[in-house]
Write a protein that binds this ligand. Structure first.
Ligand code: ADP
Ligand code: MG
Length: 645
């Protein structure tokens, strides 16, 4: 009966006759764009259906009238319950349901039902709103968000969202982990709490200008919970709400601490290398000059009467030369070009030998504690150099504790693995002996720390030379080791010296030092030295001792001189580094031509050739410049007297 109305008449009649309410309702029912039904209140049997429902569900009106509301629903628990409650509903009732259309497609609908009287019986007017698309879109959105959330949570970069006032609104797990906090601890706290001072200034400026035009920061320094610095690269993006207002910023943070540290080590190593080359070059030339000065002073002194008034002057000259030689040696030690006589050493033994002397050195106010691990093994080093290292460190520790304190010398052994070594430049994995010197003194700030190994860097004004640690660095590096420093202002300093631990071959033994006897001889000695002053000095010394001397200024000349000389040549005394032909090549060639000729090398500069000689052969075969006439004569005699093996 409702079918006889149509919308147009209903609207035109409404104004003339307000009594047409029921008809109007019928029109609204039928023309309503959403599916509507009228059902029996108890059985839920459909008693009327509108056009939209027919169109939307695909059932004809006749088919609908055979169905109940339950038949539309795809059976599911909560839907059934909702429908059960309908029969007792007295007011508007809403629920969500899933319906099957005639073509089998399942749609999600939001249902509204309200009781009413229909043809004198209790009925329900029910309306369905198809929300399938909306639900799908929502689900897709949720899935997307979940995916994004997972990316953010598990990202290798730190992610940090701050509010407009720079309070932390979100951080991901990685970010919290980088800084050593839990996420909970960071939430709500201002960004500035986690930055070092310079970064705070930058961050405040950026927050003030709402991050406009800010995209990336290199060297951004965060402060970790333990106070250490986290170097990071930060990418930032300001955030706006729908109204376009600034509401905060999002940052992506990449940890580059390790990379920075390696870069710094590299810079430091390059700087030291350059200074070392410079110092080494100068010292090398100086060596020859000093050998001449002290050598000739010595010769002069010998030829002068005991009473000569010139003696004092020449002695003064010789002393100046010796002081210069000492300085040169220090520079060479730093530049790692000091000629060394390495041996297998027990570092504990060296420390025990020095303990008395060290105690005197540090005075009464400082307590000295030594903790020596017994089974640390050996290192290969020059004993004098190792003593030098200890003295320099101990003197520095003393200087750092003017009001007394505790000085601890400790030995230990460690195995450096590949992972540890990867974080350090120029350190090889393997077994090491560690020698630590700790004090409870004034400590150093980071700025001072970054310069301490430079030669002539000192904070002690006139009292300091700035050569102590430079020497330590040079010696330790030359031994294949490295130095580690930890220091905190006001709390003290620890220097750790790592030296490769040596497992000695069974037949190795330490060669005895040359004897002090400086007697001469009558043998023939071929001298090859490119520096004329040094060559002349050597000739003078050897001739005075009674030897026959053949001279040459390079290897080729030396070979020619040998071929021209009819008699035997007992010893070749040769510089290692010479133009045209190296001392080692000369020695090899000469020994081929005159087997049995003995060889003594000399050098002030451990070039590659010199160093390998010094390490591999007996130290007796290697004489280091500058040397005194006695040392030269003694060493020559020693070699000549040594029995052939
Ligand atoms: P010098 O002792 O002549 O100043 P060094 O090369 O031995 O030269 O040391 C360089 C600088 O390193 C010192 O001036 C000092 O500032 C710092 N330093 C070295 N060792 C320590 C230490 N144990 N405690 C505090 N500062 C130290
Ligand atoms: Mg010093």
């Amino acid at each position: 009966m409702m079918d006889s109305y149509d919308g147009a008449t209903a609207v035109s009649q409404r104004e003339e006759s307000p009594m047409m309410g029921e008809e109007l309702a019928a029109v609204l029912f039928h023309q309503h764009p959403q599916p509507m039904w009228i059902c029996d209140h108890e059985t839920l049997a459909i008693r009327a259906v509108n056009e939209s429902a027919i169109e939307h569900y695909g059932y004809s009106r006749e088919e609908f009238l055979q169905l109940t509301l339950r038949d539309l629903a795809v059976g599911q628990q909560d839907n059934d319950e909702a429908l059960d409650r309908l029969s007792s509903a007295v007011s508007v009732h809403r629920w969500r349901s899933r319906h099957r259309r005639k073509d089998g497609m399942i749609i999600t609908v939001e249902m509204t039902a309200r009781p009413l009287n229909f043809a004198g019986r209790g009925a329900l007017i029910v309306m369905a709103q198809d929300i399938t698309d909306r639900v799908k879109a929502e689900e897709a959105l949720r899935r997307n968000e979940e995916r994004y959330r997972q990316i953010v949570e598990t990202a290798q970069e730190g992610i940090w969202v701050i509010e407009a006032e720079a309070r932390t609104w979100y951080v991901n797990e990685r970010m919290a982990e980088m800084l050593g906090y839990s996420r909970q601890e960071m939430l709500g706290r201002p960004l500035y709490d986690f930055l070092d001072e310079a970064a705070q200034v930058r961050a405040r400026q950026n927050v003030e200008k709402k991050f406009e035009g800010v995209t990336k920061h290199g060297d951004f320094r965060f402060r970790r919970r333990d106070g250490s610095v986290l170097w990071a690269i930060v990418s930032v993006k300001p955030l706006y709400n729908d109204a376009g207002q600034y509401i905060g910023a999002l940052g992506m943070i990449v940890d580059v601490t390790e990379r920075r540290q390696l870069e710094r080590q590299l810079q430091q190593a390059q700087k030291m290398e350059a200074i070392g080359r410079l110092a080494g070059g100068v010292a090398h030339d100086f060596n020859n000059l000093i050998t001449v000065i002290t050598g000739y002073s010595d010769l002069l002194l010998r030829s002068l009467e005991e009473t000569s008034p010139l003696r004092r002057i020449i002695e003064e000259m010789k002393r100046a030369g010796e002081r210069a030689a000492l300085l040169t040696r220090q520079l060479l030690a730093f530049s790692r070009n000091q000629p060394i006589e390495p041996r297998l050493l027990d570092p504990n033994g060296v420390i025990i030998d020095m303990e008395k002397m060290l105690r005197r050195l540090i005075g009464e106010d400082i307590e000295l504690i030594t903790i020596l691990r017994p089974d640390i093994g050996s290192v290969r080093a020059d004993p004098g150099q190792l003593q030098q290292v200890l003295i320099n460190l101990v003197v520095n520790a003393r200087d750092a504790m003017p009001d007394g304190g505790t000085l601890t010398i400790e030995t230990d052994r460690v195995e450096l693995d590949a992972e540890y070594v990867a974080r350090r430049l120029n350190v090889r994995p393997g077994p090491y002996v560690v020698l630590s010197v700790s004090d409870t003194g004034c400590g150093m700030d980071p700025e001072t720390l970054s310069h301490i190994f430079e030669p002539f860097f000192t904070t002690k004004g006139e009292r300091g030379t700035g050569l102590g640690l430079a020497t330590v660095y040079g010696i330790v590096t030359q031994c294949g080791g490295y130095v580690d420093v930890m220091s905190e202002v006001g709390r003290g300093t620890t220097f750790k010296i790592y030296l490769p631990r040596i497992i000695p071959p069974r037949d190795e033994q330490v060669t005895a030092a040359p004897s002090r006897c400086a007697c001469g001889g009558t043998e023939t000695i071929l001298v090859a030295e490119d520096e004329p002053l040094v060559r002349e000095l050597i000739r003078e010394v050897l001739q005075r001792k009674g030897y026959t001397v053949l001279e040459a200024s390079n290897g080729v000349e030396a070979l020619l001189a040998a071929r021209r000389h009819p008699g035997p040549i007992h010893l070749l005394l040769t510089d290692v580094v010479m133009p045209l032909m190296s001392g080692t090549e000369l020695a090899a060639q000469l020994q081929r031509e005159r087997p049995g000729t003995k060889v003594l090398f000399m050098s002030g500069h451990t070039s590659r050739a010199g160093r390998s000689l010094a390490l591999l052969e007996s130290p007796a075969m290697f004489l280091t410049k500058p040397f005194t006439p006695e040392a030269l004569a003694a060493r020559v005699r020693l070699i000549l007297d040594a029995s052939d093996e």
